[in-house]
Design a binder for this molecule. Structure first.
Ligand SMILES: *[C@@H]1O[C@H](CO)[C@@H](O)[C@H](O)[C@H]1NC(C)=O
Ligand SMILES: *[C@@H]1O[C@H](CO)[C@@H](O)[C@H](O)[C@H]1NC(C)=O
Ligand SMILES: *[C@@H]1O[C@H](CO)[C@@H](O)[C@H](O)[C@H]1NC(C)=O
Ligand SMILES: *[C@@H]1O[C@H](CO)[C@@H](O)[C@H](O)[C@H]1NC(C)=O
Ligand SMILES: *[C@@H]1O[C@H](CO)[C@@H](O)[C@H](O)[C@H]1NC(C)=O
Length: 614
């Protein structure tokens, strides 16, 4: 279907182009000297067909926008040029000038939007081209002789509400320029909305969603492998590689897709929710791969200063305090109002320039606190970090900056003010919270007394479980023994000789008893016959019915071999099969004694395809 569209476009474009100038050759994905503009209804299509650039109306038809969308799904608009200045009709034209500036003109020739292309100080080019790449990026490059294809402008540098593979979310710390997402105002209005998603480059790199001036959600700092609060990033690393680039002129998050990965986009919704969507080409739907915020604990600073959010509690009381801290206002806290936060229960012992008797409690498995005002030194070791924190009276906590390389991690983040937005999370990190020695001692004592209670309780539980296990074992063995005893009583009178295998106690029955039981192998007692021999019904002394298989004498097997084979059969016994109760070896007679079952079921076993070794 899409190919058809492309073919149609080709013909439309060639008709409308008529003649092309000497320089550029008209191409479907390019605006250059050959074709300087497209009008409403015309499109650029990337070389592989994945992306389309053209005019569209997400809502009312009298608002026209120029944008780029994923060709297979027109509503997946990944970029909008004139999001805040729609055209009122279909008379718009998108064109490129010789200097590489893109203009969107309305019917009267007024500029509605322009690309603000900068030439980077290398002189105004005499010729430039805009090309829609297969990655979804619209790039403007120099197209003149001293060009080298220098990029003058690209749509990837001006994101809308969507991040696709190869785009950056971040900023240039030197210029302050930012690559950030801005939500649409509503699903059918691409105008700049209230929500923003940007990279925080103070402290450790951290992606933050804002609504207006309020922080709504934070991924947690990049720990070298994933954002501290989004461990699931590691789970789809086979499809998307996540990377945070840190350079003097760029701190940015970029994801790339492997060749086998489906087309994927990260979209910031009007409500400030970020979703990673992946296209299922087979069923033509977008699947939600990941979403943030996920739960209440993702709400920024849900539990305020020194609070610790735990979503895995049965109660609705998600907020607790980090170790050594207590709620400032317990009354409010119990009413689920955490705004006042927590305070240290025992003051620190830090004296100016003096030694300190403070120590650290480890809070494990957490998303690290906001590093906005934290001090970061990626070169330090964790041990140096600890010493540095102890030596600074204002230090309240520290953590490793990078978890790669195992151990406790490396690098150093030191918090001096409040710590906020801490939550438990899978594969979370260790946060070392500074506490007074007395507080730590109390905690240890508490742990000690807990142990004093827990140890006997655990011991009792263990004893109880062992007893239950023993009783069960005995009962189980008892059941077995009962069954075996039963079998033996059936075969009372048989010799006591047993096959010597500790797990198989199979009585050797005397030939005399068998002759008696089967009425000397009378024809009335015969149940059936096969290649292996005949089967007789027998009644043992205690009136127990059994089936006796008399193997043909042609096997020529020795007594020892037969015995081994009986053991094998006995081992193969399964509760769904007929039980082997005993056997008999007498001169060249070889006999097997089974439970007697009503006809059909026994037939299957004895006359069926099951083949005995003899
Ligand atoms: C668009 O390009 C065509 C052919 O190159 C030209 O005739 C037309 O004037 C251009 N339109 C505008 C608005 O520049
Ligand atoms: C579209 O119409 C509105 C109101 O009629 C006007 O304010 C706006 O300037 C128009 N935009 C364009 C691009 O002509
Ligand atoms: C265009 O770029 C200049 C310099 O980078 C900047 O000062 C100006 O605000 C930009 N204009 C628009 C409309 O983005
Ligand atoms: C992204 O992946 C493609 C292959 O899937 C590779 O060609 C490209 O170089 C990668 N880009 C980056 C920035 O890693
Ligand atoms: C960082 O410091 C500023 C200024 O004191 C303050 O407004 C902000 O809340 C602090 N951020 C955090 C996460 O504590």
């Amino acid at each position: 279907m899409f190919l058809n569209l492309r073919l149609m476009l080709v013909s439309v474009l060639f008709l409308s182009l008529g003649s092309t100038s000497a320089r550029g050759v008209a191409s479907l994905d390019t605006l250059n000297d050959g074709r300087r503009n497209i009008t409403d209804g015309q499109m650029l299509v990337s070389a592989g067909g994945s992306f389309t650039l053209g005019f569209f109306s997400p809502g009312e038809l009298n608002r026209r926008y120029v944008g780029i969308w994923f060709s297979a799904s027109m509503d997946a608009v990944v970029w909008v040029a004139n999001r805040d200045s729609p055209l009122n009709d279909t008379a718009g034209v998108l064109e490129i000038d010789g200097a590489g500036r893109l203009f969107l003109l309305d019917g009267s020739g007024l500029t509605v939007w322009s690309s603000n292309t900068t030439t980077g100080g290398s002189g105004t080019p005499s010729s430039a081209a805009a090309q829609l790449l297969e990655s979804g990026n619209l790039v403007v490059v120099r197209d003149d002789d001293e060009s080298n294809g220098a990029v003058l402008w690209q749509s990837f540098d001006h994101p809308s509400n969507t991040l696709i593979a190869g785009m950056r979310l971040g900023r240039n710390p030197q210029t302050g320029a930012e690559w950030s997402l801005r939500s649409w105002r509503s699903p059918d209005n691409p105008a700049t909305g209230d929500c923003r998603r940007a990279m925080n480059t103070r402290g450790l790199p951290d992606c933050v969603s804002w609504r207006g001036d309020a922080k709504k959600y934070r991924t947690g700092p990049w720990n070298g492998l994933w954002f501290s609060g989004v461990p699931e990033m590691a789970s789809y690393s086979d499809m998307f590689t996540n990377q945070v680039v840190v350079r003097p002129d760029e701190v940015a998050y970029v994801f790339n897709a492997t060749a086998a990965a489906p087309f994927s986009r990260l979209v910031l919704s009007e409500a400030g929710v970020i979703q990673r969507l992946a296209w299922d080409g087979g069923s033509r739907v977008w699947n939600v791969f990941a979403q943030a915020p996920r739960d209440v604990c993702d709400d920024y600073a849900k539990c305020s200063a020194f609070g610790l959010c735990n979503v895995n509690t049965a109660a609705t009381l998600f907020c607790g305090c980090v170790q050594g801290y207590v709620p400032v206002s317990p009354a409010h806290w119990s009413m689920r109002e955490a705004a006042a936060g927590c305070r240290r229960s025992t003051p620190l012992d830090c004296r100016d320039g003096g030694a300190t008797t403070d120590g650290f409690a480890v809070v494990s498995g957490v998303k690290l606190p906001d590093t906005d005002n934290a001090t970061v030194d990626v070169g330090a070791t964790l041990e140096a970090c600890r010493a540095r924190c102890l030596a600074t009276c204002s230090c309240v906590a520290f953590a490793a900056a990078d978890i790669r390389g195992g151990g406790g991690g490396s690098g150093c983040v030191i918090w001096a003010g409040d710590i906020v937005d801490v939550r438990y999370v899978d594969k979370g990190q260790d946060l070392y919270v500074r506490l007074a020695k007395s507080e730590l001692a109390a905690a240890n004592k508490k742990r000690g007394s807990m142990l004093k209670i827990l140890l006997p309780v655990t011991a009792c539980l263990l004893v109880l479980m062992c007893s239950i296990f023993l009783v069960w074992i005995c009962k189980f063995r008892g059941n077995r023994r009962n069954r075996d005893n039963q079998a033996k009583s059936i075969l009372r009178g048989a010799s006591n000789q047993l096959i010597g295998d500790e797990n198989i106690e199979l009585p050797l029955v005397s030939f005399k008893d068998i002759v008696a039981a089967t009425n000397d192998f009378s024809n009335e007692n015969m149940l059936g016959q096969g290649g292996f021999g005949k089967v007789y019904k027998g009644i043992l002394e205690d009136d127990k019915e059994v089936a006796i298989k008399r193997l043909s004498k042609s096997s020529g097997q020795g007594a020892e071999e037969f015995r081994n084979e009986v053991v094998l059969i006995a081992k193969l016994q399964h509760r769904n099969l007929v039980r082997l109760l005993g056997y008999c070896i007498h001169e060249d007679e070889r006999l097997l004694i089974y439970e007697y079952l009503p006809k059909k079921s026994l037939d299957v076993f004895i006359f069926g395809t099951f083949r005995f070794p003899c």
